[in-house]
Design a protein around this ligand. Structure first.
Ligand code: S3P
Length: 160
């Protein structure tokens, strides 16, 4: 499964990687939105972060219930203790790492990412989470200059 901060490219690289490996692709954010029939922002507004995290935990269980899968995890998923063991037990955990300015450019105005609404949240969360992503990872891949295709090829080689 692919972990990393918002904007790391987990969904776009994950889709290409799954294609390359002929694996099924799962995206926990998309699973949450689909089962709720609401966007992440709508869920956050209606149920708060706790409601979202509980839905996300269900998505993690469902995404991990099988083999031959590439799973793109929402940026906070692996940091939740209830998800950690499930994700670690389900396969190789790949941390997609990128420099702060690259992540910041990719998340843009953070409109669809409720955690980034507060000023300063980006830097605070990135500093808090980077060591946790590093310690959860079996493999760390730096994503800055390369295309999803190149990165997926690189990851596939390292997983072989
Ligand atoms: C979150 C990341 C988002 C989404 C939610 C919370 C986080 O996913 O799950 O907004 O806690 O980092 P992406 O990492 O796909 O943006």
């Amino acid at each position: 499964m692919l972990i990393g901060f918002m904007g790391a490219g987990k969904s776009s690289i994950g889709r290409v990687l799954a294609d390359r490996l002929s694996f099924r692709f799962f995206d926990t954010d998309a699973m949450v939105e689909e089962s709720a029939g609401q966007t992440i922002s709508e869920i956050w507004n209606a149920e708060g972060e706790a409601g979202f995290r509980s839905r996300e935990a269900d998505a993690v269980v469902n995404a991990c219930a099988g083999t031959g899968r590439v799973i793109a995890c929402g940026g906070g998923a692996v940091l939740e203790i209830r998800n950690y063991g499930i994700l670690k037990g389900a396969g190789t955990v790949v941390y997609l790492r990128a420099p702060a300015p690259v992540l910041r450019a990719r998340v843009g105005n953070g409109m669809d990412r409720p955690l980034l609404k507060d000023a300063g949240a980006f830097d605070r969360l990135l500093a808090q989470r980077t060591p946790a992503y590093e310690s959860a990872a079996d493999l760390i891949v730096d994503t800055d200059e390369r295309t999803p295709d190149e990165l997926a090829g690189d990851i596939a080689r390292q997983l072989a």
